[in-house]
Design a protein around this ligand. Structure first.
Ligand SMILES: *[C@@H]1O[C@H](CO)[C@@H](O)[C@H](O)[C@H]1NC(C)=O
Ligand SMILES: *[C@@H]1O[C@H](CO)[C@@H](O)[C@H](O)[C@H]1NC(C)=O
Ligand SMILES: *[C@@H]1O[C@H](CO)[C@@H](O)[C@H](O)[C@H]1NC(C)=O
Length: 386
């Protein structure tokens, strides 16, 4: 659902180049075919990254957080007599176009919000159902770069009709607009969303609890194979910095979202982040995993009770592996074997601990082992040595 927090600043990131031969050949066979099933607006080649204000002064923008997103409640209660949406005149006295110009002047991009219904979820402003073309034109004329499209106050018709209608309208305007579908995973949007949008929510709304992040990321994982450059699974925005979880739990949250190629949209007040929050959100090595050019969402490859191994490929023949201890108490030694991670047996690798920012001294053959505390994880990037 839309939230009535006003400014969710967001951000796009750097597209990494340099997929290796192996990665390319793996993709070659299906890549063109996969591209053809995508929304043809050229956006979302890596997952979108975002947050709330002060992106430039904090340095977050430089790391890739480039979208400044308004969520629900940005508009007036009613349309104008001509039937147009209008920014709330008290909150945005200069209008949304002026806001977009300002955001662009900072090198950032502006996102906006609407609903595939008669009203938005807050019921404080009109939705876009039946007004798709008019509203898409309005957004484009303001220079808006991103639309989150919610699913409240509908006419009861199928989401597979209402969400594509806005997609067609956005493609008719001459300004590219990233299209973020938010129907909460009801109609399995991973199965059809990539033809119409750049990302689709796979789950119910997130909240600032361990239960919520575990629930959402598990649901999201079921659709891993549908994520690819141009279209991403979206388990909802980040709760890091909102105070409901421990530092270790927030590190798990950021790690799982990063490896799942989820949007990184900051949901805390970035004008007033603690050092701990800042260190998590600005971990460039973890962000690089999220923005990796081959765009493969990591899978859960092994589960023994509360102990899980998540692993998947990165560019340049590297692999990312997450050792996750979901237990409420106690530390556990954990091991992931090359066969779990998808590394050919006999391969010698160098392991980088991306939270410690250290490369392990010993080279590894066959497995990686670590002790993982309760509600914590270890995250490694493994690079083969030839
Ligand atoms: C919506 O449409 C999809 C695809 O056409 C169909 O599989 C699904 O059953 C429909 N859902 C409802 C609630 O009508
Ligand atoms: C938080 O999310 C969990 C998992 O989806 C849900 O069970 C719980 O009711 C939510 N809590 C609130 C306060 O919304
Ligand atoms: C900044 O954060 C601290 C603690 O996280 C809080 O006590 C304080 O009220 C916040 N300040 C503002 C201006 O929001």
């Amino acid at each position: 659902m839309g939230r009535c927090t006003m400014m969710q600043l967001m951000v796009f990131a750097i597209l990494f180049v340099g997929a290796t031969k192996r990665a390319e050949s793996r993709l070659d066979s299906s890549f063109d075919k996969r591209r053809r099933s995508l929304l043809a607006n050229g956006l979302g080649l890596t997952p979108q990254m975002g947050t709330a204000d002060a992106l430039v002064s904090t340095g977050l923008a430089k790391l890739g957080y480039k979208y400044v997103n308004l969520d629900d409640c940005w508009g007036n209660y009613n349309r104008t007599p001509e039937g147009n949406l209008l920014g709330n005149e008290i909150t945005f006295p200069s209008g949304i176009k002026a806001l977009a110009d300002y955001v662009h002047s900072k090198g950032l991009k502006l996102g906006i919000y609407s609903s595939a219904g008669f009203r938005t979820c807050s019921n404080r402003m009109p939705g876009s159902l039946g007004y798709e073309e008019k509203d898409a034109k309005t957004f484009a004329s303001w220079g808006v770069d991103y639309l989150k499209y919610d699913n409240c106050y509908t006419d009861g018709s199928n989401v597979t009709k209402r969400f594509p209608a806005m997609s067609r309208a956005l493609r008719k305007v001459d300004h590219p607009i990233f299209y973020s579908l938010c129907e909460w995973g009801w109609a399995e949007p991973a199965l059809w969303g990539n033809m119409f949008g750049n990302s689709w929510r796979t789950t119910t709304d997130i909240n600032d609890t361990w239960i919520s992040i575990m629930w959402n990321i598990d649901e999201n994982e079921k659709y891993a194979k549908y994520a690819k450059p141009g279209g991403w699974n979206d388990p909802d925005m980040l709760e890091i910095g909102n105070g409901g979880m421990t530092k270790d739990e927030y590190i798990v949250h950021f790690s799982l979202w990063a490896i799942s190629k989820a949007p990184l949209i900051i949901g805390c007040d970035v004008r007033n982040m603690s050092k701990e929050t800042y260190e998590i959100l600005t971990n460039a090595e973890v962000i690089a995993i999220n923005q990796d050019s081959i765009g493969v969402q990591v899978r859960k490859v092994k589960k023994e009770g509360d102990l899980e191994v998540w692993a998947g490929p990165l560019c340049e023949e590297r692999r990312v592996v997450l050792l996750l201890n979901r237990a409420d108490k106690g530390s556990s030694p954990m091991t992931a074997h090359w066969k779990d991670i998808g590394i050919p047996s006999g391969t010698v690798v160098e392991a980088r601990d991306v939270w410690k920012h250290k490369t392990l001294k010993e080279k590894l053959t066959g497995k990686i082992t670590a002790t993982v505390a309760a509600h914590s994880c270890k995250l490694f990037v493994l690079k083969p040595i030839h």
